[in-house]
Design a binder for this molecule. Sequence first.
Ligand SMILES: NC(=O)c1ccc[n+]([C@@H]2O[C@H](COP(=O)([O-])OP(=O)(O)OC[C@H]3O[C@@H](n4cnc5c(N)ncnc54)[C@H](O)[C@@H]3O)[C@@H](O)[C@H]2O)c1
Length: 473
Amino acid sequence: MDTNRRDFLKGTAWMGAAAALSGCMTAAKVCGSGTMSGFAAAPIRKVRTGFIGLGMRGPGAVHRFASIPGTEITALCDLYPERVQAQQKWLADNGKAKAPHEFSGEEGWKAMCELDLDLVYIATPWALHTPMALYAMEHGKHVAIEVPSAMTLEECWALVETAERTRRHCMQLENCCYGEVEMLTLNLARNGKFGELVHGEGAYIHDLRDLNYFDPAQGGYQGYWRLKWNNEHFGNPYPTHGLLPIMQAMNVNRGDRMDYLTCVSSKQIGMDAYAKIKFGEDSWQAKLHPRCGDMSTTVIRTVQGRTIMVQHDVTSARPYSRINLLSGTQGILSDYPLRLTFADKPGDGAHSWFDGAKTEEIREQYKHPLWKAAGELAQKVGGHGGMDFLMDLRLCYCLQNGLPLDMDVYDLATSCSICELSERSATNRGNSIDVPDFTRGAWETAAPLGIVTVDLNKLGAMDVTTDNSALNV
Ligand SMILES: NC(=O)c1ccc[n+]([C@@H]2O[C@H](COP(=O)([O-])OP(=O)(O)OC[C@H]3O[C@@H](n4cnc5c(N)ncnc54)[C@H](O)[C@@H]3O)[C@@H](O)[C@H]2O)c1
């Protein structure tokens, strides 16, 4: 099926209705359409940010932003007012004199997006990401959205078209692109250590059964949103952690692009077995029988002939892994545990992994400059070993200095399109399906992501007031 063809009538009617409902046409800063590849907005001296979603993930972002100079936590929003209050208290306890504006309830986020803000940071359940981001962009705000930022092709296209029309940044908060090993891998690739890249493997393998079934009233996912999604969908609903770092290394949307994919998913038995044992055979949990297979495997081929495998398994008793494998004509890196090897010169073989000492030597030698500049600080502030902080730091740094962001709306759309495309392929016996070119041809000339860092002097004195390393979520 040709997934590039847009249902323009449907899309236009939906967007028009949303705009009319919100009155956003008058408020929108429409500066003309065009590609967002390489887009940079005017520098913002103080990034005034509003946060929506203060559950397990959102508070860590608030705390990280509190450590970044040149930012202001201007507004806080959650369905539940007590979650907003908890963050107000945290900010007051940590020396922030100015209390942010507060919003709560089902639609409080709309009023928040209508404030005078620069950035809206969204950490809500998946189905709310795109409606919130569209509304924020229509009201002139840049948006940073948790993963996956969009769950359907329609949502991917709506984000692309709205970012292009409003000229607003629309970034997916893919923290794994800032992981120490992922950035090491990118640096090694840019230094030619793998030769020509051929294949990558990424994954989200994380036993989430406890969390998925954890009572929302006791601090589980709000309204069981993740369990509900797994209950109703097949394929890979969470592809971006393993995928986006590989896309960056392979220059997907910047010299290469995804061509087609195929996805095969296993049966689901892991969740049923867990629910039966934990809650009993007669429980609603045991009778649910979620659709999402335990293991989903997607294989993508790019137009330059590279392949990427992406897996999703949140229901098996297995140690955490994003796989993080990248290989080329001259070498390979694979994570969990970290292993690598390179040929000495083109044409030579590399038949065994380097030993631990050599691996550590290379890890140090090719440490990414961003990790060299701010890795220690990032580990102190915290968030998945520091990568969350480095992501937020780069986002704020780029906004403050008027630079293009590391991940644009096309990276968002391409990686998120896997949610629907994998489901369609997996429900159709793994038949192949085209991946849309969200850049509409700009991939041929867009510049690859460089080896980017931050000049901490351009952020002013760092203000790390609290060690948040315990805040990993
Ligand atoms: N990048 C990562 O490493 C990472 C890690 C964890 C979660 N996430 C992502 O973060 C997002 C949130 O996950 P979570 O674990 O915090 O879930 P959660 O259920 O704990 O939090 C979601 C929050 O959104 C709030 N919310 C729901 N409806 C709302 C509305 N209408 N208006 C305002 N707030 C509303 C809920 O009250 C809740 O506090 C998800 O997209 C998830 O995939 C990413």
